[in-house]
Design a protein around this ligand. Sequence first.
Ligand code: GMT
Length: 378
Amino acid sequence: MRIGIVLYPTFGGSGVVATELGKALARNGHEVHFISYSQPVRMDAFQQGVFFHEVMVPDYPLFDFDPYEVALTSALVRTALQEKLDLIHVHYAIPHAPAAFMAREILKTKGRFVPFITTLHGTDITLVGKDKSYEPVISFAINLSDAVTAVSAYLKEETLKHFSITKNIEVIYNFIDPIAIAEEKKECSKATTAPNGEKVIMHISNFRKVKRVQDVVQAFRIIASKIPSKLIMVGDGPERNMAENLAVDLGIREQCMFIGKVKNSLSILPCADVFFLPSASESFGLSALEAMACGIPVIGSNAGGLPEVQIHGKTGFLSEVGDYQDMAKNTLKILSSPSQYQEFSKHCIEQADLFRLDLILPQYENLYNRVFKEFTSF
Ligand code: GMT
């Protein structure tokens, strides 16, 4: 098949999932065309069957706000015609689903029938999509998609709760690629991050409010007061300064490393002993899954889709949102004995194995085939 994939090219989970999905589809013989405003971060080397089309938004002094959706729609129409796309798959509803809807309708007027699938990732529903400024358009674009998927059962329920949805939403979980993990694992050396054998607590995110990075720092203070440890904070975003200042105020700044954005989190994850994801809401928690695949137990919040990914008491622990004291207590429990830690680590690898790429990829391929057949049979 010739598939167009629309995505955010940045470090966020939806972009990572979309890029890894596209690369895997190309390895399976499909032709994949990524369409975005810049090259996806995880699309870093030439790969047979993978193409990138940059959406250019022309500068014009009249515009206070660049009409990205219009430029994206035009790019979709152009790419679909030139590359003879069979199907378009958009990741993150805003503004990708409305643009794909518009492109599909324009293509119809040109005698080309190109269905589109929308994958909901999280904040496109739970934070941004719900906002009244976007809701009517998002509801419409979801209902008029040729198929809709959500990355967790929680996200599906949230979508049904907050929008008037007439379309069936299928759950297709996020995935990990064991081959990529094995390759990246070689990159990281604990000798540099924890030279004196300290335990390493790690958090990776875009440092938005929803990630509650302050809870990571607060919990770390308690952990560090009991065992020699280091905190590695990976990523960047609006809450980074606050977290760094908090570390200073708590007198633990020396034990914390704020390293900023890392292109591929898999390259640093194996340096961790415990991974923290205390979000206020998390539709899936791809970074937690990646940590588990590396055998790293997860301390998280009992929020959103996280309980669908990790098992409380087996692959880590889930606490109530904001209860950093409980999170610290649970971390110390995991780290209290090497044999206990090994048990958690083993369960993490087993649990992450249920989300292997080779189990998830056919679900997308089946969906593509079904949608393509249904759409072209009219
Ligand atoms: O985590 C973020 O804020 C980024 C966001 C994105 O769309 O890039 O992540 C969302 O999609 C990921 C991939 O499906 C999920 O693993 C994350 O849980 C989800 N984030 C939230 O729901 C906050």
